[in-house]
Design a binder for this molecule. Sequence first.
Ligand SMILES: [Zn+2]
Ligand SMILES: [Zn+2]
Length: 646
Amino acid sequence: MIKITLPDGAIKEVAKDTTPLAIAKSISEGLARNVISAKFNDTVVEVYTPLTTDGTLTLYTWNNDEGKKAFWHSSSHVLAQALEELYPGIKLTIGPAIENGFYYDVDFGANVISEKDFPKIEAKALEIARGKHDFSMREVSKQEALDFYKKQGNEFKVELIENLTDGEITFCDHSSFTDLCRGGHIPNTGIIKAFKILSVAGAYWRGNENNPQLTRVYGISFPKQKDLKEYLELLEEAKKRDHRKLGKELGLFTFSQKVGQGLPLWLPKGAALRERLEDFLKRAQKKAGYEMVVTPHIGQKELYVTSGHYAKYGEDSFQPIKTPKEDEEFLLKPMNCPHHCEVYKNSPWSYKDLPIRYAEFGTVYRYEQSGELHGLTRVRGFTQDDAHIFCTPEQLDEEFKNVIDLVLYVFGSLGFENFTAQVSVRDLENPDKYIGNVDNWEKAEQAIISAAKEKGLDYVVESGEAAFYGPKLDFMVKDALGRQWQLGTIQVDYNLPERFDLTYKGSDNELHRPVMIHRAPFGSMERFIAILLEHTGGNFPLWLMPQQCIVLPVSEKHENYAQKVLNSLENHEIRALIDNRNETVGKKIREAELKKIPFMIIVGEQEEADNTISVRKHGGEDLGSISVKDFSDLIKKEINSTLKSF
Ligand SMILES: [Zn+2]
Ligand SMILES: [Zn+2]
């Protein structure tokens, strides 16, 4: 008998060689029907793998990331078989599961694959899937494996096998197809019910441009046709919400080849949006005891040598700027932290003065290769909503909780309701990797965990994920399309206070090192606005909208009244504009819809006579005729429902 421990701590005693599937069956028939993969003592196994020792078993279904991975990994075998049957003589290389689906890199020889071939590949893959072929693993000797692929003339697999250790090589068979594989499959091909080729792209063998070019075939598969339909709808919606597209349509930002790649230019509406976001955070920060500072965009190279950034990033970033005569070297600021350390050093501090909290919307510059640039999410110059807190080790707990409150306030006000957190702590087995004393680390990690707990966060603790200079807390936000974004980091730092020799006088009259916290709820204004655009599709929360409503007179006759309405809206602090072009109201409404203006105010004969306005919401809902005062109350109510005071 062997002892199998389940994730909930329950222990099952079963006969040696019992499979994960049999264990699932002993738990429930429903689980047995849905289990598609398993992990045994940190190794991915198949549901048919006989278990031979005591150990911990986790069962996966389609609803786990690991289950999806097994599903997509197995699907890439099916794709490979389909391609081989359709294009005999091709050479298969590698085909992993990825975040959404899988791909296979293939040397197609003289064949060229394009979109018009997708349906026949999909049909072939589904035909194979319907055969309900079991995936089965077998060990092969290195020689056997080499012979197999040499006979096929596949130099890619031969190269892969040459780098493997004899005795650790396995093949996976299903149907008449065999592939080099480490394992982690679903039970059989039959549970793949929907199969879609998404795209093809060029890819170099092993990512090296000196190597032969291969064709990367991307695909995705699902256990239900309905899931594929939903996924394709989501892709369509994501395309519509692409921040690069919306940014152009809404007139928020642009790029100029002449100014340079990766350097966004904010247009008036975008600048107004940024300013509103900044003001919002500044107000909350002021209440939370932060003080604003301003520091320059460049700094002496020495500054970053002291901070350690030069040694770490110098080579791979913008190169030093030289002055014409004085023989000085400056760097574009890659981070605000060193500057803030020098601000802190401006005066001596006592423990009674701490914590000190310096905030700055600081623009930093980092070199990204042109191929890596992407809209506002990967740029070469961006503004961080940065702040650094200098506190005593005893204050860390409280400060951490305060920062979490601020981050949650930001998320709440901007409609991000779905998020999780990750606490990154030391790898206790490698203590030498970290600087700072063990007591302080212990204290900081406990402070973060207890703060996360107290604030009711849904968090996980990841060992070994901390930076060498301190533990941290990251927030992962799920957007309206279910995509994950990392937003908001709170990082403890023992390194910079040391490097900059920062001190404060303790109650014992001795000098001590403060602890530094780096935090940025938005992260960067550019990336945050990109995520917000994709999350909301451009329908920002009302308080943030550059224009909250537009007044549309039905004809020239009502222009004066429209102007009166506009003035009155402005008196109620509602951001409004007027469209008095000589166009039909229908056309004006359509254009206002495209600009995502939340409310359209239509004024004509009746409204003028009754001293009212007719209100139409973005999307079409008709709110009828009301007074400007009632409309203003309605707007205030909607704003207050998302934007609470901090
Ligand atoms: Zn495999
Ligand atoms: Zn920092």
